[in-house]
Structures are given as structure tokens and as C-alpha cells.
Design a binder for this molecule. Structure first.
Ligand code: TXA
Ligand code: MG
Length: 348
């Protein structure tokens, strides 16, 4: 299949380009589009066979449900049965934005979308292209991140192009995504709202509005409530070690690991903070990627997936990543870094 990459204005999207997207969606095809978090791979959420295509194209496990994107509350009402008070508060405070709500589904939502679960995950994105595309189409859009399964989520049109070229008819490319990490998935169907996946809206932000919040931390052998969280997600081709500690100690340990790696003829890539970078240049890693300042986690979040992708593209055998402080967006960043590193975490 030939893929068209259309550059679209991220603030005032051109109507004719949106219409082209809508035509493909109406025809049961898939369209990649930007959201404020990461790019989505969209299908008409009410078209079961179009939704099934998403799993095929991504190589996504069938048991991992999709998020449905809406542009207004009326559209959400078609999909959700029984809004809780917590859900109402979330809509008021955080929509449109990077918060996905898990609530009981209506019969309009196919089991393909929810992977057979009784609940559906929905969100209203704030990116003008995403919102306008849903508005123009008139139906909700089911969309996971627009990467091949097992790769980091795409935070630019180029990432989508590299993963999905030849597999879908259209990519709406509006450049880089603002947040750079996926939305927070919050189950608001029960008594206490529970975070199933940390993301763009922090636990602290949710607590300020909702009060007590739980975090789903499945024990070993237990299935997480967001099925997607059981997968390692992104496993870089090289070995990855996440290092957590003071900048001074991390720099020292990284220096040793670079040296050891080179002695074994390995290419060593480093993902570090702005503060540590000046002390790592002279340790001569094969790639040094600055994630951003420790004091600006939003900067680290927006660069993280680009850095991870780059390490694989440049063939790094060993990737050393500097952790940042948990709390706020830091928690979501550390969640993604830990998943990428598997169990290899060094507290220094
Ligand atoms: O920011 C985002 O959320 C992006 C953009 C495109 O909106 N989407 C995204 O989708 O990250 P995806 O498919 O990569 O991740 C969706 C996560 C998975 O962990 C999935 O298991 C969980 O949400 N999820 C979806 N539906 C669910 C449901 N009914 N119950 C529990 N978890 C659900
Ligand atoms: Mg994903």
C-alpha cells in the first residue's frame, strides 16, 4: 500500500487535509494523526473490522484493548454507561487533555475494541488536529499509539513514517508532540479512582481534584488491570541499564560502564540529563543524547522516546540511561524507562 504523508498545520489544520483523513476513515481504513501525547493510529471506533485492522497493522496482541477518542461529551455518552462522580470531575478538570477514563461500556462498543472487557477507555485529546479530525468525521476514533508493537510510541510524524510506511494510506504529520508520553489511564468505574498507567496527568494533579487515588501495582503473576502494562513494551536491541542516583555518582558509574563496554568492543549510548552531560562528553560514549534538565521533567518526557529510538537506529549494544526523580511527570518517565530497561536498574 502506498502511504501519503500530509503535512498539516498543528494549530489551524487545513480542512481539505482533514477531509482526506475522514474519507479514509469512512472507508474503513486507518489514518495516523497527532495528539498532544503521541501519534495515534486511528480507525472508526464504531466499525469493528476497521478496528480489527489496527491489531493487524501494529502486530498488537489481541488482548490489549484500544482507547477511544472523542471530541465532546455527547460522543462519549454513546460509549459509556454510568458516569461516576469522579469521572464527571475528571471531564471538568482534565478534558481535553492527556487523561484516559475507564468506565463501563455500552453495547455500541465492540468487544474487539475492549478486548472483551466490560469497560471502555476513552479520552478527549487537546491537539487541534485530533479534535478537528474527530469532529469532521462525526464518529469516535479508536487509536492506540501509532508505532509497531514493541517500539517506543511515536512522538513525531517521522517516527510514524518509519514504522508504518506502506501499511496505511495516510499520515497526518504536524511535527513533534507536546507531551511526548502517553496519557494517564485512570479507572473511575469503582469506589476509588485507580491509575492503571502513569502518564501526562500526574497522580498529584488527580489527587488535588479527586482526593484519594490508588495505583494499580499488580503483584508478580497477577495481570495488570490495563492489559497493555503487562508487556515490556519497548525492548531496545541492545542491553539497557537504568541508573538512579546523584548526578555525580551516575556520571562516575557511567564512565566505568563505558570503559568496560568499549573493552568488550561494544557501542555504548548514553541518555542523560542536561546537568550530567558536560561531565560525560570526555568519557567518549558512542552516542550522547541529552534528555533535558532534571528540573524540567516535561522536557525529559518530550525527548525520551526520540532518544530511545535513536539508540537502536545507531546500533548501540549497550544503553546507559540516567533516571530522574519520581513525582509528577517524573513518575511516568521512570515507568517508561524501567519498562525499557527490563529489570536492569542500578541504584547508585
Ligand atoms: O496518549 C495516549 O493514550 C495515546 C494517544 C494516541 O491517545 N494512546 C495510547 O494507546 O497510548 P495504547 O493503545 O498504546 O495504550 C492504551 C493503554 C494500554 O495499556 C491498554 O491496555 C489500556 O490503555 N486500556 C485500553 N482500554 C482499556 C480498558 N478497557 N481497560 C483497561 N485498560 C485499558
Ligand atoms: Mg502503545
Amino acid at each position: 500500500m502506498q502511504t501519503k504523508r500530509s503535512y498539516i498545520d498543528g494549530v489551524h489544520p487545513e480542512v481539505e487535509l482533514l477531509k482526506e483523513g475522514v474519507e479514509w476513515l469512512r472507508a474503513g481504513e486507518l489514518v495516523a494523526f497527532p495528539t498532544e501525547t503521541v501519534y495515534g493510529l486511528g480507525a472508526n471506533a464504531l466499525d469493528t473490522s476497521a478496528c480489527a485492522k489496527i491489531f493487524e497493522v501494529k502486530g498488537r496482541p489481541q488482548d490489549n484493548p484500544l482507547i477511544i477518542h472523542v471530541c465532546n461529551r455527547a460522543m462519549a455518552n454513546i460509549l459509556v454507561k454510568g458516569w461516576t462522580l469522579a469521572a464527571e470531575l475528571c471531564v471538568q478538570h482534565f478534558w481535553p487533555g492527556p487523561l484516559t477514563l475507564v468506565l463501563p461500556k455500552t453495547a455500541n462498543v465492540s468487544d474487539v475494541v475492549t478486548a472483551g472487557l466490560p469497560n471502555v477507555a476513552i479520552r478527549m485529546p487537546s491537539h487541534p488536529v485530533a479534535l478537528r479530525l474527530i469532529e469532521e468525521s462525526g464518529f469516535p476514533i479508536a487509536a492506540p499509539s501509532a508505532n509497531l508493537s514493541g517500539k517506543p510510541s511515536p512522538t513525531s510524524g517521522s517516527h510514524v513514517w518509519r514504522d508504518l510506511k506502506g501499511k496505511i494510506p495516510l499520515i497526518l504529520d504536524a511535527g513533534a508532540c507536546l507531551v511526548g508520553l502517553e496519557s494517564t489511564v485512570l479507572d473511575v468505574s469503582g469506589e476509588v479512582p485507580t491509575i492503571l498507567r502513569p502518564g501526562g496527568i500526574s497522580k498529584e494533579q488527580l489527587e488535588a481534584v479527586l482526593g484519594e487515588i490508588w495505583v494499580d501495582k499488580p503483584l508478580k503473576n497477577q495481570v495488570p488491570k490495563a492489559p497493555g502494562m503487562k508487556y515490556r513494551h519497548y525492548a531496545p536491541q541492545g542491553e539497557m541499564i537504568l541508573m538512579v542516583g546523584s548526578s555525580e555518582h551516575v556520571v562516575q558509574r557511567m564512565g566505568q560502564e563505558i570503559h568496560k563496554g568499549h573493552a568488550r568492543l561494544k557501542k555504548v549510548g548514553v541518555l542523560c540529563t542536561l546537568e550530567s552531560a558536560p561531565f560525560l562528553h570526555n568519557r567518549l560514549p558512542d552516542l550522547l543524547f541529552v534528555l533535558g534538565s532534571k528540573d524540567r521533567p516535561e522536557e525529559v518526557a518530550s525527548n525520551l522516546f526520540e532518544g530511545l529510538r535513536l539508540c537502536d537506529e545507531r546500533g548501540m549494544d549497550l544503553i546507559l540511561a540516567e533516571g530522574i526523580e519520581e513525582g509528577g511527570l517524573g513518575t511516568a518517565i521512570m515507568n517508561r524507562l524501567q519498562k525499557a530497561a527490563g529489570r536492569k536498574i542500578q541504584y547508585i
